[in-house]
Design a protein around this ligand. Structure first.
Ligand SMILES: CC(C)(COP(=O)(O)OP(=O)(O)OC[C@H]1O[C@@H](n2cnc3c(N)ncnc32)[C@H](O)[C@@H]1OP(=O)(O)O)[C@@H](O)C(=O)NCCC(=O)NCCS
Length: 146
């Protein structure tokens, strides 16, 4: 696969938020929540400065990924590429940069979440040689607001 020459990968900032949120809303398999609000995203970017990435085709946001870590493991969230820009290597470019950002910060392993019925998404991660855990369940609990 040849990397797309027209696409630039750069740091995702709050300036991109509206376009990124619209992109996520237009993609299947995303699982958006209140944590993806403007306020939630700003908080995330402040905790993980300069790590998340957008893919730009000129001025247009055509891909995005949230990248962060807890000092121990890296986490990728909401990797998405605009439906009309898929299979041009944009997702792979975002992933390569995301992992390089984490590696440069001393992180040795990275996790992500994918819905089990997201067949295309799972194919992407498989092609990128990620291990898909059949033996792990995600457990979650909502906390009351302070
Ligand atoms: C998953 C996603 C990010 C892939 O983006 P993309 O830019 O199309 O991916 P790439 O072009 O970099 O693909 C890299 C490789 O992944 C595999 N791949 C990607 N999409 C695939 C699909 N739909 N079916 C099978 N394999 C696929 C291929 O091996 C591909 O290489 P190839 O095109 O040379 O065969 C995109 O489909 C998307 O945004 N999906 C909706 C959101 C989502 O599911 N995100 C991931 C889970 S959070």
């Amino acid at each position: 696969m040849q990397p797309d020459q027209d696409i630039i990968i750069t740091v995702l900032t709050m300036e991109h938020y509206e376009a990124v949120y619209a992109l996520w809303c237009g993609c299947e398999g995303m699982g958006l929540t209140e944590a993806d609000s403007r306020e939630g995203t700003e908080k995330y970017l402040l905790r993980n400065p300069g790590m998340s990435r957008v893919a730009l085709d000129g001025d247009r946001v055509v891909g995005a990924v949230l990248v962060g870590h807890d000092g121990r493991r890296g986490y990728l969230n909401h990797l998405a590429v605009s439906p009309d820009c898929r299979r041009r290597g944009v997702g792979a470019m975002l992933l390569t940069e995301a992992l390089e950002v984490l590696r440069a910060d001393g992180i040795g392993k990275c996790h992500g979440l994918v819905f089990k019925d997201n067949v295309n998404g799972l194919e992407f991660w498989r092609a990128a040689d990620w291990h898909i855990h059949e033996e792990i369940c995600l457990i979650s609990k909502k906390l009351p607001p302070v």
